[in-house]
Unconditional design. Structure first.
Length: 345
């Protein structure tokens, strides 16, 4: 029966015993308390010190002993030591994957909780986590967790399910944050009013009033908050789900009265229309915490294009084109009210 091959630890032990000494081992780093543990042993003998680091204590100790043997040989001018008859026990090598690494200079972020809050604030569906892969030997498992939020998918991979879930949540949190950041930058702003100097003299005065009206409306910038959690097939149901029947009926009745005012044309110019109709429409929408925004453009054919936007869910955008800006404004308000009423029921 062949002899059991010797390891660096046993060779070093025998060498030092013959000299009346014993190697002194000391564990100087004990894992670090994370799921990516590493251990470091130091060994001292004959006034020399060597260190070894590995993913388990046994591996680290064998590496330290082997380095000490090499150091003794180099210090005493011995020939290079031949390879040891037996390789040191090696733990299964770490799988190659990219996982979330915490930057120590940054404050800790509970990505799972932060993602949950972000979804709630923006009316997204709750995150769903699924373990979609589980590979490796029992002592070195690698888990992959998928996070799903309203059609968005991100994956996290780590040596524990908890860390993989955190990794996936962090990636999803960053993705949704970036999407919302891009959308929030889409703020409607009117810095100029089209040049109306080419219109007829008999309509110049009313167009000047329209200028003042749009400059006043443009002071109110609204951030278009997108709802990423509503599928197109259920878009028409969102308004009904969000507001109670009593509020929707009240708003609908007030809009009916407003339509009567618009249809009877009891206003003389755009500024009076703004006071009687547009501001009243804004007041009605505020009951549902909604806002409206109006913008004006001119086409190559000198026609006026007026858009009216309401930041409802789903959002409402109506357009009207006319040779007369005042007429286009009246039309776009009427259409927006009709569309809004459809979504109330």
């Amino acid at each position: 029966m062949s002899a059991i091959p010797k390891t660096p630890i046993s060779i070093l032990q025998e060498m030092m015993v013959k000299k009346g000494q014993v190697p002194k081992y000391q564990l100087i780093h004990d894992g670090g308390g994370t799921h990516e543990n590493t251990f470091t042993w130091s060994v001292a003998c004959e006034g020399l010190v060597a260190k070894g680091t590995g993913r388990c204590k046994k591996t680290a100790k064998h590496i330290a002993a082997n380095k000490m043997l090499e150091l003794i040989a180099d210090t005493n001018g011995f020939l290079a030591l031949p390879p040891t008859p037996a390789d040191s026990p090696v733990r299964t090598p770490k799988s190659q994957f990219v996982s979330y690494i915490v930057d120590p200079s940054q404050p800790f972020l509970n990505a799972i909780g932060a993602l949950q809050d972000l979804c709630a604030e923006n009316e997204l569906s709750e995150p769903i986590y699924d373990v979609i892969n589980d590979i490796g030997p029992p002592h070195a498992r690698i888990f992959t967790v998928q996070c799903t939020v309203s059609g968005f998918k991100e994956e996290g991979t780590a040596t524990t399910k908890k860390q993989a879930k955190h990794d996936a949540a962090f990636k999803m949190y960053e993705k949704i944050g970036n999407v919302l950041s891009d959308i929030s930058s889409n703020v409607v702003e009117i810095s100029e009013v089209p040049d109306l100097s080419t219109v007829n003299d008999d309509t110049a005065q009313i167009h000047e009033k329209i200028k003042k009206l749009f400059l006043e409306l443009s002071k109110n910038k609204i951030s278009r908050k997108a709802n990423l959690g509503v599928t197109i097939s259920k878009y028409h149901e969102k308004m009904i789900e969000r507001y109670g029947i009593e509020l929707r009926q009240q708003v609908n009745n007030e809009l009916n009265e407003l339509i009567k005012i618009i249809d009877c044309k009891s206003y003389q110019d755009p500024l009076e229309f703004n006071q009687k109709c547009i501001k009243e429409m804004q007041k009605i929408l505020e009951q549902m915490e909604l806002e409206l925004d109006i913008s004006i453009m001119t086409g190559e054919d000198k026609k006026f294009v007026i858009s009216l936007y309401i930041n409802a869910i789903p959002s409402i955008t109506e357009l009207s084109v006319s040779n007369d800006a005042f007429d286009a404004l009246i039309q776009v308000c009427s259409r927006a009210i009709e569309t809004f009423q459809i979504l109330l029921f």
